[in-house]
Design a protein around this ligand. Structure first.
Ligand SMILES: [Zn+2]
Length: 313
């Protein structure tokens, strides 16, 4: 056990990993710490820790959480002071609703624990992950500071980072292959209802989300556009096919801004809110369909992804 207790040991969970790999390369010494505590190896699993320790710390800490029955990424993240997207980015979609006892890597800062690949430099990673940041240089120095990297990695001609190095990228969320819904007001849900125009009881195969005419519409999950045009009842419709064969449908659009075959992510504009087709006013009709082409309650989408993912193993 390293002196200084749990915090001392865990306080440098990731950081000592970085130091451990880089230490020998650059001959750095850390006077107040043993040079090679036994958790230095990149392959060493992170330890479990009291969530409050992570929550209160004023530096980056990483640990392992053992999932309890009924927990999901959001409830776990809340306990450690981070968010669900961070946990999903680091652990993959399997962590969405982990099985009891399943290990989940947690950090106390939102972001993504990345593993360095062959030939990657900080500059390469910066280009890939800085997307839309106003001050990329600040982002670069934040990575260096949090990961305790030697500053020379910041220079343009710096050598590649060690392969396999765990590198924490603050506030980075890679494009996750999952559904994320806009928090737009839902005026009609999934299920039987009295149709507002046809005045008959009819199954409503999706959600109606109210938004003003012209509001940009983005896909709720990445995929390939499988339909873009007019369809009876739906008006202007875009459908996106996802990696597991599920689809998301976007109806009543005032305009369509994509074409069949286009690859789209959650940040690709595909159309604008309208009131085309059988519609009483501007709103988005959002549908999620399973692999058999049947509409499902969009809120169930995530469970289907996991089911398909697990069954394909
Ligand atoms: Zn609808």
């Amino acid at each position: 056990m390293v002196r200084g207790g749990a915090l001392g040991l865990l306080g440098v969970g990731l950081l000592t990993v970085a130091g451990g790999v880089l230490g020998p390369l650059i001959g750095r010494t850390q006077p107040h710490q043993p040079m090679y505590p036994d958790n230095l190896l990149v392959t060493t699993p992170l330890k479990p820790v009291d969530p409050e320790v992570l929550k209160r710390a004023d530096r980056l800490l990483l640990a392992t959480h053992r999932a309890r029955p009924g927990e999901d990424v959001w409830s776990i993240a809340k306990r450690y002071g981070t968010d669900g997207y961070s946990l999903l980015s680091t652990n993959g979609l399997e962590a969405y609703r982990p099985k009891a006892g399943q290990p989940v890597k947690v950090s106390n800062i939102p972001g993504f624990l990345y593993t360095v690949k062959q030939g990657e430099t900080l500059r390469i990673l910066l280009q890939r992950f800085q997307r839309g940041r106003e001050h990329p240089e600040l982002f670069l120095w934040e990575i260096i500071r949090l990961n305790d990297l030697p500053p020379f990695y910041a220079v343009a001609m710096a050598p590649p980072l060690p392969v396999g190095l765990p590198l924490f990228l603050p506030h980075v969320y890679p494009e996750l292959d999952m559904f994320t819904f806009p928090n737009w007001r839902r005026t009609s849900g999934f299920g039987v209802r009295r149709h507002p125009l046809l005045r008959v009881r009819r199954f409503h195969e999706g959600w109606d989300l109210a938004k003003p005419y012209g509001t940009p519409v983005f896909p709720i999950r990445k995929g390939i556009v499988s339909y873009a045009g007019w369809k009876e009842g739906y008006g202007n419709l875009v459908t996106v096919r996802h990696s597991d064969g599920m689809e998301s449908w976007y109806g009543h659009l005032s305009s369509v801004r994509t074409r069949v075959g286009r690859s789209v992510t959650r940040s690709t504009l595909i159309g604008r809110v309208g009131s085309t087709g059988l519609s009483t006013g501007p709103h988005l009709h959002l549908e999620v369909r399973n692999r058999q082409g049947n509409p499902i309650n969009p809120s169930e989408g995530q469970n289907y992804i996991l089911r398909y993912k697990r069954s394909s193993k």
